[in-house]
Design a protein around this ligand. Structure first.
Ligand SMILES: [Zn+2]
Length: 254
């Protein structure tokens, strides 16, 4: 249970002991509305630019369950976990202004998730520099949807799809979305797959690059965007996101 789900100070306080005990490195990517935006990477990510995981939450500030789920998942990593030997880069909350204000946008009214190509934005410029030259096995982007009644997943993959397996692991917590399309894209049993035409979709249909598309085209073999219905009970949403992160990372460990 989270006492105030939009308390950014509390969020950073809870990340600090995790970062300290694991010896992770912290980067300040910038500030928005006076709130610093941080990124963490483990020692393996510092040493090696290939493989491992990129995990991100809080791009849309009104989607708070993923932010707490990512924290709780990180709190639960055992010292003996094989994850520590793989590169791990974490964005705990890329939009602190939106998170505090419970709004989708940053302090300038910008939807970050249509601007990951836009290096003229100071945050995005720093973010691109941090990721320069890296190639992950998996990028995970955690979101919520206030129109949805169940969980669903956008999967961008250069390997055989494991999206159905990932949804199966989470559906005992929240059932799958039953709609047959989301924003004009066909969805089958909660899974949306895109394999081609992705850059054109980002530029022409979406009007800018979501985090997942930038990551998939430039930095990752696979990119998953997992969504929970944001009108549902917060604890269940947090639990579903935790389960998703755990299952997706374990599935991609060599
Ligand atoms: Zn979102």
């Amino acid at each position: 249970m989270v006492p105030n789900p939009h308390n950014y100070t509390l969020l950073l306080e809870r990340w600090k002991p995790i970062v300290d005990r694991n010896g992770w490195h912290s980067h300040e990517l910038g500030q928005d509305g006076g709130h610093k935006i941080v990124a963490f990477e483990n020692e393996a990510a510092k040493q090696c630019s290939t493989g491992g995981f990129y995990l991100s939450a809080g791009v849309h500030g009104d989607e708070c369950a993923p932010v707490w789920a990512l924290l709780k998942w990180a709190e639960s990593i055992e010292p003996t976990s094989r994850l520590h030997s793989r590169p791990l880069v974490i964005m705990p909350c890329l939009n602190p202004h939106g998170f505090i204000q419970n709004t989708r946008f940053d302090s300038r009214g910008t939807d970050l998730n249509r601007n990951f190509q836009n290096a003229e934005m100071p945050l995005i410029g720093e973010w691109q520099r941090l990721l320069h030259g890296r190639q992950f096995d998996l990028a995970v982007n955690l979101h919520e949807d206030y129109d949805a009644a169940g969980i669903y997943l956008y999967e961008l993959s250069r390997k055989q799809s494991i999206g159905d397996t990932l949804l199966s692991a989470c559906e005992e917590i929240i059932p799958r979305e039953t709609a047959s399309e989301i924003d004009g894209t066909e969805m089958v049993n909660g899974l949306l797959e895109r394999t081609d035409d992705i850059e054109r979709i980002a530029n022409e249909e979406l009007g800018g690059w979501p985090e997942s598309i930038w990551l998939y085209l430039k930095h990752s073999t696979n990119a998953c965007t997992f969504e929970t219905p944001s009108e549902m009970d917060l604890d269940r949403r947090i639990e579903a996101h935790q389960r998703f992160i755990k299952t997706a990372t374990l599935a991609h460990l060599p």
